[in-house]
Write a protein that binds this ligand. Sequence first.
Ligand code: F6P
Length: 493
Amino acid sequence: MSETSATNEQFDLVVVSNRLPVDRIVDADGSAAWTRSPGGLVTALEPVMHAHGGAWVGWPGMPDVEVEPFDEGGIRLVPVPLSADDIEQYYEGFSNDTLWPLYHDVIASPRYHREWWDAYKSVNQRFTDAVAEVASEGAVVWVHDYQLQLVPKLLREARPDLTIGFFNHIPFPPYGIFSQLPWRTRIVEGLLGADVIGFQRQADAVNFQQAVRRLKGYPTRRGHIEVPVVDETPGVRVYGPIKPTGPIRTVVAREFPISIDASIYDELARRPDIQERARQLRADLGDPRVIIFGVDRLDYTKGIGHRIKAFGELVADGEVTVGDVVLVQVASPSRERVVPYMELRDEVELMVGRLNGDYSTIGHSPIAYYHQSFPREEMTAFYLAADVMLVTALRDGMNLVAKEYVASRFDDDGVLILSEFAGASDELTRAILVNPHDIEELKRAILRAMELPKRERKSRMRQLRKRVFDNDVAKWSNEFLEELAKARAAAND
Ligand code: F6P
């Protein structure tokens, strides 16, 4: 990949996210190269950037990497360096040990540290400065995710000429939970700097509007929020509704459910070498009658323990037979220095070890567990081999894995079990929907999925595929960018 230095250029479309869509790797001989970084966001936005051209501002994924902006795959990449302290306090701390658990229904306890908040503010300011430098006059800036919620306001102050969109990839919690956050008013004000604020589900947008009413008192009506151009009470919670007196701007806050580039998975799955790989995987697993598959970042929001518990009870009760059925669980390493993630790894691996220890036969184990990441080609082969796909998230903004599975099943076969707490369940209603907290229901769903007649499997999968192909990532980004264009037109009126 090239590392052409390219400074001082400005762009009409700027995307900003915590991570750049690349990671820097240094070989043993000291030479450096870039690789694609993991994560649904990258997968989702790559085609948009290719189609529109533009710049992407983000962290290169390693501490203290100082590189000039460079071009990769037709996109200008603008690295924002983070020090080891920034990573500890802004990324691992405030983003992933405060906001992440808070926004996911406090499945783990959020930790509130003032130094983490200070780091979050200062890193958000640095991202803002980097964007302000590369955005052309009147450019469109699209800010992504919970790590950068202060950027919209900071950017509006620095560059009032810009049209600013924000998309939240994770859930936005009900006010009763959000209100725990000591800096809740600042976060809401930060987001209200945008012209359009996108959420995964309608419920998230409603939660946000409620936070706005409760904390700032601004009127909200059917996804439109009236925000004073000048906030007379910054950082202050306002009790009761206020009618703004000076000039106001309208902020749109509504759902834009994200998706995937479905054709990529469909095309991969149709490749003979990938199909051969799927057959090989089945053979390597001992040719079981049923492969049940789960793939997630190793995160406590994903309900990995719940699915192992349910499957383990089926094995223990003799309702599934080892060798006849196997659960393949890929748990890709994630946020490995954050305490709850370390604890989760221990818990999951203890469960896997116990189950396999108790029930493996010579040659067959109930669970094949991989604490690894696999390339997209290998994932698609797994999807093709999987008779049952298990998505048991306890809370998830969307869950793109569910959509990837569906997009890969060009043969209209395979059964998706999907948690109703994943955003994808709003659209993928022909999956077998489950409450993953209900272990008995989960067990029944697994047994039902394994025995579903072929006709029903096909009819369900056809309908799921229609939803995923009709609502792909291109549609998502076009709709968001169109809403931003409308916001810009209204502001110029
Ligand atoms: O969508 C949630 C998210 O945190 C994205 O912002 C990120 O790209 C992905 O999950 C992976 O998380 P991380 O960047 O912390 O590894």
